[in-house]
Design a protein around this ligand. Structure first.
Ligand SMILES: [Cu+2]
Length: 562
């Protein structure tokens, strides 16, 4: 499913929860309680879908997706900058407050019921969401000085998808009876041996010889990808990288500026947007998207990369790991049917009015921070998700659950997830901080996701000792894979604003997340008289209503006074 949103038009998304009432009626995995996280839109905590506010069969929950543009409380507060805007449906724009440099495009949503996220997402509780804006309109012909006119189509005012296509890549597994299979006991990672693209096996996609935009999401539970494009002889096909985790880069990056001529490693939840120009290919020819990245069978992380030519030569199912090699075939045709206006035929002879401007946005400068924070993601083996007296988790977790994974903030004690415990607190909006994420264990990699805010990736390794890919350097992101070699750290600049409340920060290897490499963070607005002026009481949902408890605040959560 794809939801199209546009800045300036808030969305109410009502979920009717019609899952079976009996928890055991789940075919072996998944839980009948859900909360839907909109990754990574700027929404109030009650609608972020990860504030311990899951709901039950027979109920509904309204998510209020505000389409808030970041920094609306700090920059362009009068909504006078036309670049901070959304399409009005009639060729015009609706201005919104906020910083146009923080416009988001390619996002997604997925289940986030703590301790069961992997099982529920693997069962298919996920979708993609694109936000359309003045600059990133999803219309390639409207020429008003704001619209970038990226490849998309032009039959609809905005959100055309004829030439702007979401691609969800995942891996699945079946048991000996042909039933969908998940290992609920692993705490390391879960790899499937069946590659799926938009949930289809070995698919092909018919394209015209012109420019396309692809928005590629890694929706695996644990696997990392590294994608390239190959022609029928195995030669690398050029592309341009234009957005990372839904954030436009300042200047499009040719694949030749990226290691191996491929995209960077892509962990779970990372989104990479690329432009591919098929106009140099003759009708009838084929281009294949290949995964060149090999992965350890135990799910720890990637090993080595093949070349594009080596990966292109593999036939699906013929090598050890069938999720390495060609996963999607593009067939260049002389005509295709329109998706945006069914019945319309689009032809290879139609002009391609789309452009890929040399400048897509402006750089957010890196400045001296108000404070720095250090967050270590590790495997201390002694996670404390269970209450020492009752043995219960908050919220409840599987009886058999073990917690090898732990988070440390600023060198303090290691903890695993407890929804009633705040491990990191942001005292007020607008303060610029520099955070360093460290991978505490060698051999593993972790894609770490920060809810609600994006950060500008500054450098990797101590003092920038390790190389940082061009597609990441000074680029805004909401998931950072930490890497397995070198210092295994990434440093980024971040600030919070607009909303306060209860959010989380976690590993997006959903198996690690569930066991329970995840911490609660608390954002305060400092606005007297609002609920977010104070720490959010923890909601504890039950089928009969909600009981609120007062959260524990760890000493390291509160930053030193500046
Ligand atoms: Cu992890």
């Amino acid at each position: 499913m794809l939801i199209k949103g546009r800045y300036g038009e808030p969305i109410t998304f009502r979920i009717y929860q019609n899952l079976p009432v009996d928890r055991s009626d789940n075919n072996g995995f998944g839980i009948n309680e859900t909360q839907l996280h909109f990754h990574n839109a700027h929404n109030g905590a009650e609608s972020d879908g990860a504030a311990n506010c899951h709901h039950f069969p027979g109920t509904f929950y309204d998510y209020r997706w505000s389409t808030t543009l970041a920094r609306r409380d700090k920059i362009n507060t009068g909504a006078t900058d036309r670049r901070a805007s959304g399409p009005d449906g009639n060729g015009g724009l609706v201005n919104v407050a906020g910083d146009f440099r923080e416009i988001q495009g390619t996002m997604w949503a997925h289940d986030h019921r703590f301790f069961f996220t992997a099982e529920d997402v693997y069962k298919g509780n996920l979708m993609m969401i694109n936000y359309y804006s003045g600059p990133d309109r999803g219309n390639e012909t409207l020429n008003d000085g704001v619209n970038l006119r990226l490849p998309s189509g032009s039959q609809l005012d905005s959100g055309n998808t004829d030439f702007d296509v979401n691609i969800i890549v995942s891996d699945a597994a079946w048991d000996q009876n042909g039933q969908y299979f998940f290992d609920i006991f692993t705490t390391d990672g879960f790899l499937g041996d069946v590659p799926l693209v938009n949930f289809a096996y070995a698919p092909f996609f018919e394209v015209l010889p012109r420019k396309y935009r692809f928005r590629i999401l890694n929706a695996c539970m644990s696997r990392f990808f590294q994608f390239g494009l190959a022609d029928e002889s195995g030669n690398t096909v050029p592309f341009q990288f234009i957005a990372n985790d839904g954030n436009l880069v300042v200047n499009p990056i040719p694949n030749t500026a990226l290691s191996g001529g491929t995209l960077d490693h892509q962990g779970t939840a990372e989104r990479y947007d690329i432009i591919v120009d098929f106009s140099t290919f003759r009708i009838g020819s084929k281009v294949r998207m290949v995964n060149v990245l090999q992965t350890r069978d135990d799910g720890r992380g990637p090993t080595t990369s093949l070349t594009v030519a080596q990966a292109a030569a593999l036939l699906t199912g013929q090598q050890h790991d069938p999720v390495v090699g060609p996963l999607l075939e593009f067939r260049i045709l002389d005509q295709v049917q329109s998706v945006d206006v069914p019945g319309v035929i689009l032809h290879a002879t139609d002009p391609d009015p789309s452009v890929v401007p040399a400048t897509l946005t402006e750089q957010i400068p890196v400045v001296t921070p108000v404070r720095t924070r250090l967050v270590e993601w590790g495997r201390a083996g002694n996670g404390d998700s269970r209450d020492p007296t009752t043995g219960e988790c908050t919220p409840d977790c599987p009886e058999t659950a073990q917690f090898p994974w732990t988070v440390k903030v600023n060198g303090a004690a290691a903890h695993s997830m407890n929804a009633n415990r705040i491990q990191l607190l942001v005292p007020k909006p607008g303060e610029i901080e520099h955070w360093t994420y460290v991978n505490g264990g060698g051999g593993w990699d972790h894609p770490i996701h920060l809810h609600f805010e994006e950060g500008v990736a500054m450098f990797r390794g101590r003092n920038g000792r390790d190389p940082i890919p061009a597609s990441e350097k000074l680029v805004r992101k909401d998931v950072w894979h930490l890497g397995q070699t070198g210092d295994r750290s990434v440093t980024f600049q971040v600030q919070f604003g607009e909303y306060g409340g209860s959010y989380v920060n976690h590993c997006h290897n959903t198996v690690h997340e569930d066991f329970a490499l995840l911490m609660r963070i608390q954002l305060l607005t400092g606005l007297a008289g609002t609920p977010q002026a104070a720490v959010t009481p923890t909601p504890n949902p039950t089928p009969d209503g909600v009981v609120f408890t007062t959260p524990e605040i760890l000493p390291e959560a509160t930053p030193p006074t500046t």
